[in-house]
Design a protein around this ligand. Structure first.
Ligand SMILES: [Zn+2]
Length: 436
């Protein structure tokens, strides 16, 4: 009796421990799925919902079908792929004909996912599936009748949270490629008129509410940033608000938090040389004024128009290399030097804020890859980092009451994240790092 009781307790403890370990394993496995993001990045975000367990693949019940996955190799075409799977020439020919209105089989590209679906591992091919991209797949059905159909995958949007403390520089983390760039990008953008991220300090705190898009349970992209909080000694809020007339980010009072001018033409860069009226030129070896700010970034990093405007110059100079000048309004122009190559915009074309006008290079007189960014105000060179730009329009009084309702719900979630942080520490995987 005594023995069997001990055995019973042992088994019970075993079951409980097993369940706990299984739970932990399952949890860590689920959390690690965030590391398979489109950017191969990680952050300390978490989602408060159940894990996804697929019961069908490409619309086929996984318990009734056998799947073989592969990637298209170079010089593989629909004909050759199916021929080696034992499909007859006449069937391939029919498939190509019926696919005409659905999908051009000449568009099958090396490296893309494909799958062979059978009713059992050695049965005849039931269908061939090709994925032109992550958002859709094409089914070439061979069983019973021959048909081709395109299936757009349903995108699931989940609301997620991220928070943490600035611990190192964004520059370092970019090199390590371990943070979710698009999320930081959106935060910087949303708070651009409130926070100077170039003077972010160790210990600054941030909290974010954002959407993440999922396909088949796998994260594929960051969606809209819904709310952001940044504390650099002073609390700053950016809340996304949409009405029939206005859409954008607003602070606690309802003033726009997104600047008419971006702080810098390249994201995640570091300032390698600031604006000055006197500096020692590293190549010309003489004291020279530097009417610009140099942002060092890897070759090929996109260069963005800091504000909407018209491209008034696009050319090549011995010193400037490939460069573009944008006229923003009566007052301001900006110039971007040493580009490796240009963006798709031609001289005379209108660009929006954030449009890619070129890529970082070292053409002209440059020691390494960087953008020399120059701003003129009424024709005179100015230090854009010291300029107080006119702030964007605040929300009209008629919308403020409505905005405050949205703001209060977003702010209350942002504020409650403190409790989540202290109560469930393990949820924070890694601090998001922001440029110092
Ligand atoms: Zn420069």
């Amino acid at each position: 009796m005594k023995i069997s009781k001990t055995v019973f307790v042992d088994v019970l403890v075993g079951i409980v421990l097993g369940a706990v370990f299984l739970g932990l394993f399952y949890y860590s496995d689920y959390v690690s799925s965030f590391f398979d993001d489109d950017n191969n990045t990680e952050d300390n975000s978490f989602v408060l919902s159940d894990s996804y367990v697929p019961d069908s693949k490409y619309g086929y019940d996984v318990s009734n079908f056998y799947f073989e996955y592969d990637k298209v190799k170079s010089n593989q075409f629909l004909g050759s792929i199916l021929y080696w799977e034992g499909v007859s020439f006449s069937t391939i020919d029919k498939l190509v004909k019926v696919s005409k209105d659905v999908f051009d089989v000449k568009m099958i590209r090396p490296g893309r996912n494909m799958a062979f679906v059978r009713s059992d591992s050695c049965g005849a091919l039931h269908s061939f599936v090709y994925e032109p991209n992550n958002m859709k797949y094409i089914i070439f059905n061979l069983f019973d009748s021959i048909y081709v159909k395109e299936v757009i995958r349903p995108v699931e949007t989940k609301i997620e949270y991220a928070y943490g403390t600035v611990s190192s520089s964004l520059w370092n983390s970019m090199k390590n490629n371990n943070l979710n760039i698009s999320l930081i990008d959106k935060m910087e953008d949303a708070l651009s008129s409130e926070v100077d991220f170039y003077s972010a300090q160790k210990g600054d705190k941030y909290k974010l509410i954002f959407e993440r898009k999922y396909i088949d349970g796998n994260p594929v992209a960051i969606g809209k940033l819904i709310g952001a909080y940044y504390d650099n000694g002073q609390p700053h809020y950016a809340v996304h608000y949409e009405s029939d007339l206005y859409s954008g980010y607003y602070n606690y009072e309802g003033a726009a938090t997104k600047k008419a001018f971006l702080k810098a033409p390249v994201r995640f860069s570091r300032i390698s040389s600031g604006f000055s009226y006197r500096r020692y030129h590293p190549i010309q070896h003489r004291i020279k004024a530097h009417y610009g700010t140099d942002y060092a970034a890897p070759y090929g990093t996109p260069i963005q128009a800091v504000a909407a405007g018209t491209i008034v110059r696009k050319g090549y100079g011995v010193n400037n290399g490939r460069y573009v000048t944008i006229k923003h309004d009566k007052t301001y122009t900006t110039t971007y030097l040493h580009m490796q190559r240009f963006g798709k915009f031609k001289k005379g074309m209108h660009v929006n804020q954030g449009d890619v006008i070129g890529y970082v290079g070292s053409t002209g007189l440059a020691t390494g890859p960087h953008v020399c960014f120059r701003m003129k105000k009424n024709g005179r060179p100015i230090d854009h980092r010291r300029e107080n730009f006119p702030s964007p329009e605040p929300l009209p009084d008629s919308l403020l009451t409505d905005y405050y309702v949205v703001r209060d719900s977003v702010v209350s979630i942002l504020n409650s994240m403190n409790q989540v942080s202290s109560d469930s520490e393990p949820l924070v995987l890694k601090n998001l790092e922001v440029e110092k």
